[in-house]
Design a protein around this ligand. Sequence first.
Ligand code: PLP
Length: 425
Amino acid sequence: MTPYRELNKEQLQVLKAQLEKEFEEVKAKGLNLDMSRGKPSKKQLELAMDMLEELKSTDKLKCEAGIDCRNYGLLEGIPEARRLLGAMTEVTPDKIIIFGNSSLNVMFDTISRSMTHGVCGNTPWCKLDKVKFLCPAPGYDRHFKITEYFGIEMITVPMTPTGPDMDIVEKLVSSDDAIKGIWCVPKYSNPQGITYSEETVKRFARLKPAAPDFRIFWDNAYCIHHLYEEKDFLLEILEECEKAGNPDLAYKFLSTSKVSFPGSGIAAVAASPRNLEDIKKHMSIQTIGHDKINQLRHVRFFKDIEGMHEHMKKHAEILRPKFEAVENTLEKEIGGLGIGEWTNPKGGYFISFESMEGCAKAIVAKAAEAGVKMTDAGATYPYGKDPHDSNIRIAPSFPTLEELQTATEIFVLSVKLVSVEKLLA
Ligand code: PLP
């Protein structure tokens, strides 16, 4: 295929007319397809339905600690849930606390608590003139919304194939004590599906922050969400921090949202003893305890981490063909045209697409015109502003395979059309 940039004006005009005709035909179909949010499909949700059959008789409602899970108690979560989610994120049960139904909620609370009460006895952030956060981008839009909501200044750090640009991270973190944290999705990142290299994790663990209350917000949302037998490997951050003499540097967040049921799973935080004590001081005011019945249900259903891995293979069987359908269509339709690049992740929930500079917004609008909803262009950057207007997040999980195929064809048509228009402008 000839790269679009090598076509002359007349050739581009002929191509444009052809693409416009194709586009009008597709538009006339009045489709309504959604590739915008990383939600499991109905078929995936069916996988965990037997969980709702657990705990039918009253003699099954005591947890290992001998406590009736229908009643108050065990602020930190039931022992077997701490063991299960600990194994999920590779820490011992004493290093993890189980929360409610959403890890995003826990991240919000962590920022909120730091604002009002400070981190481990340090000045509450709200009393400081300036609070800043590093935001590797493209990244997760909802992380950026939290820091924006609290008026925290966000500094974009470019992503590389091995994680955030660590030269920039090290330089900024060690020189500015207003920088209090960094958002990270270290495994199968949202949206690129990148897993941080061992070197990146080690450099994170060895950071020398100017601020004593600087924390790495290590959102391990996709820790066991592999698509293939050949898995990405991520070094365990808390152990690395300990080894580097920085035991309190990171909070790890995770949940079973995309393992069992989004919004009805269980979330957790893993951290050092000092950080966990700090968290618990506030948590004990906030709640008498989280939903232990749900914790017990999860443990009874998955049994152990092996059970969870087996379950995730069933998710992968549903998800893999969808990722491959998108990747194959992109390759077949625009590979070699020089109008876009994309990631081929081995896990997680997203494919990240880079259009020609200045085209992403127009592509998303074009796809919407033909009935395909994509994540807003820009959403993957702090303040919703992509400086190159080129990143688009593709979420293949929710539509059926047939819908996804059609949606991807419309997407590539939109990419071609907008790119031709850009080159003619
Ligand atoms: N973190 C990341 C990176 C995500 O992509 C998502 C959901 O898409 C979440 C957190 C949300 O997790 P939860 O459902 O536990 O709040």
